[in-house]
Design a protein. Structure first.
Length: 672
């Protein structure tokens, strides 16, 4: 809108002309005082760009970015091993937060660099972006550190870092703080039985703040994974005794000549398989350009594809995974043609890979990644390399076991036919789902049809449901009461999950499907809010529901739709003043700070949502203007989350017993 055409109003309501724009000569002196000049152009030198914008180099400052520092350092040591110069890598994590990575490779050169007189090569590598030995193929045929910024970025984001280099039977040391050298390269002395590089560093809390803590479990898993990726190296893990747990040993050595096949065997141990054998193999000299290794199994559980390029994990896949998809789909179609199976014409890569658990590793000279964090490979030649490596091997694997190949083909065709049936099925719209669930004690839907802005409150029992229905805003808030505690899906079979009426009602009310059938566009509500009593039973019900969503609808959580309501446990009144307390500790705090010295206040303890007057429930828990919601998110370390859910909610009671014993000392108040 043109501001010159607007009018303002005086307090009396009469219009007055809006102020007209002033000429440049009439502008206030403060507005014209600053001019854009060369002095406004800031030049960042050395590693200062990394400290100013760490997200450009490691993707952010969260837990994933923090552990990426470890990946950068260990990748350098792995490059030495793959090039044939190192056979051992040691990782030590101390209780002081320092992480040390040591290899027995050639060691970083310490002599003065020819282009920088008076400065050692070690210092250049540690303090200069895009400095390293991986820009051509002379020092390394393939490598995980391509951009020459990895170890210098680690240096920039560490408040203390010490590098020791053993070369030519001499030990050298240099120390850095926040990317700047605090000592020159020092000659420590002669060493007879040592060579290689050792990097000891501590993440800078100024960068990572409260997240500047490594996870010992995650470091341990990352170390072990590297050993699977290259059978020619031994990795030794150690940590201080205070950090050791049942999952993280104090010391352990990893050496897996079987490579990815051993890795996959560990990952899918105990899972029922569609094919008994694992399709695995290698092509090319390990570590050389074009070398490929793979291990693939088809299981009844949810599948996964873990891929790597030059031992760097590519969490978002890329062109090498495209080669895998092409090779497997073409190979299965060719087998169908040989056996005269005409139904395979409808197969797609998703039908073949839907429940496929695969490990893929490829080595490429000068690979191209999407971003510095190297989460996705973009080198076009990787597709051809993987496709060529798997093509004949997969054909031979299928031909060698006709019974196994036929089982895989029939299973894939069934998935294709199911996919086509789903496409033809008429989508269940909002009204049909509402009619199906409109039963006594079931869904009370909101009146708006759009999902945006709509909310559904999942409550326990008809009593709480009745109170919530009275308290809700009918236009945008729906209520679904569930009878009792729902099934613990983490320890239940698929048949039990499908037979549960409460779970069936919940799935139908949301309308978005589950697992691989989840469809974000069909979700009928913008917010799914778990509203349970503020006691132990309520917490248990909320935990069971969160477990259900984590296992059956993880995308719903990832897309930010799941929330926990926070109903109060107490209502405190004194005179005309009323406040609500979440729990006993909050009650005591309010009594001390808000009601002290004014006589005895009236304290009401709500027995449950069903006992709470609907006006109070609306005010404290359901009204968007006054309520507080907790958003449920999956933590950065997905593997650790999965292990925690399996340990606490799975079908192994001894794991829960161990957790209770380990944490019983932290219980300060038990409501009995």
């Amino acid at each position: 809108m043109d501001p010159a055409a607007e009018t303002a109003r005086t307090p009396s309501g009469s219009p007055t002309p809006a102020p007209q724009p002033r000429s440049r000569a009439q502008q206030p002196a403060a507005a014209a005082a600053h001019t854009y000049s060369a002095a406004d152009i800031e030049v960042l030198e050395g590693l200062e760009p990394v400290r100013r914008r760490p997200g450009m180099y490691i993707g952010g400052t969260d837990s994933n970015a923090l552990h990426h520092l470890f990946a950068e350092v260990i990748d350098n040591s792995m490059d030495e091993a793959i090039a044939g110069h190192a056979t051992r890598i040691e990782v030590h994590f101390g209780e002081d937060g320092y992480l040390t990575v040591t290899d027995n490779g050639r060691g970083i050169p310490v002599e003065n660099h020819p282009k920088f007189p008076g400065r050692s090569t070690l210092e250049i590598i540690m303090t200069t972006l895009h400095a390293g030995g991986k820009f051509d193929s002379k020092a390394y045929e393939t490598s995980g550190g391509l951009h020459g910024v990895g170890v210098s970025v680690v240096n920039a984001l560490s408040d203390d870092l010490v590098v020791e280099v053993a070369r030519d039977q001499m030990l050298y040391r240099q120390r850095f703080q926040r990317g700047k050298p605090v000592t020159a390269v020092e000659t420590v002395g002669r060493v007879n039985n040592r060579r290689g590089t050792s990097t000891r560093f501590h993440p800078d809390p100024e960068i990572f703040r409260d997240k500047a803590q490594f996870s010992a479990a995650r470091l341990f898993r990352m170390t072990r994974a590297k050993a699977y990726l290259f059978g020619g190296v031994e990795l030794r893990w150690s940590c201080d005794a205070s950090l050791a747990t049942s999952e993280v040993p104090e010391k352990q050595s990893f050496h897996y000549p079987g490579g990815l096949k051993d890795f996959l065997e560990d990952r899918i141990a105990g899972e029922p398989r569609i094919t008994d054998e694992i399709f695995s193999g290698r092509s090319g000299k390990p570590g050389s350009h074009g070398a490929t290794e793979w291990a693939i199994a088809w299981c009844l559980g949810d599948g996964f594809v873990n891929s790597y390029c030059n031992t760097v994990p590519t969490a978002e896949g890329g062109t090498h995974e495209s080669g895998l998809r092409v090779a497997l789909l073409r190979g299965l179609r060719n087998y169908a043609d040989l056996t005269g199976n005409k139904r395979a014409s409808a197969l797609t890569a998703e039908d073949v890979l839907g429940h496929c658990s695969a490990m893929l590793s490829v080595f490429v000279r000068e690979p191209e990644f999407v971003g510095q964090t190297k989460d996705k490979l973009s080198s076009p030649e990787a597709t051809r390399i993987v496709d060529t490596a798997l093509k004949d091997a997969f054909d031979h694997w299928l031909a060698a076991s006709p019974a196994q190949a036929s089982k895989l083909l029939d299973w894939s065709i069934e998935r294709a036919e199911e996919r086509l049936r789903r496409r033809k099925e008429k989508e269940v719209d909002r009204q049909s789902a509402t009619r199906k669930l409109r039963l006594p004690g079931k869904l009370a839907d909101c009146t708006q049809t759009a999902a945006q802005g709509a909310e559904i409150f999942i409550v326990e029992g008809d009593s709480a449901g009745g109170s919530a229905k009275q308290a809700r805003a009918r236009a945008s808030q729906a209520v679904l009461p569930l009878r009792g505690k729902i099934l613990n899906v983490a320890g239940a079979s698929r048949d039990k999950v499908q037979a549960s009426q409460a779970i069936s009602d919940l799935i139908q009310a949301l309308g978005c499907g589950t697992r691989d059938r989840y469809r974000e566009d069909d979700l009928r509500y913008d917010k799914v809010i778990l509203m349970t009593d503020a006691d132990v039973d309520g917490a248990h019900i909320a935990t069971l529901l969160m477990t259900f969503f984590y296992q059956e609808m993880p995308k719903l959580i990832e897309n930010g739709h799941l929330f926990l309501a926070l109903p109060p446990l107490y209502r405190i009144t004194q005179g005309g003043k009323t406040l609500y307390a979440r729990d006993d500790a909050h009650r005591d705090e309010l009594l001390e700070t808000e009601f002290s010295g004014r006589g005895k206040p009236d304290i009401t303890r709500f027995k449950g949502l069903g006992e709470m007057p609907h006006a109070h429930l609306r005010e404290t828990t359901m009204d968007p203007r006054t309520r507080t919601l907790l958003q449920v998110r999956i933590v950065d370390d997905r593997d650790e989350t999965r292990l925690t859910v399996d340990r606490l909610m799975g079908n192994k009671p001894e794991a829960r017993f161990d957790f209770i014993q380990a944490n019983a000392a932290f219980v300060t108040d038990l409501d009995v």
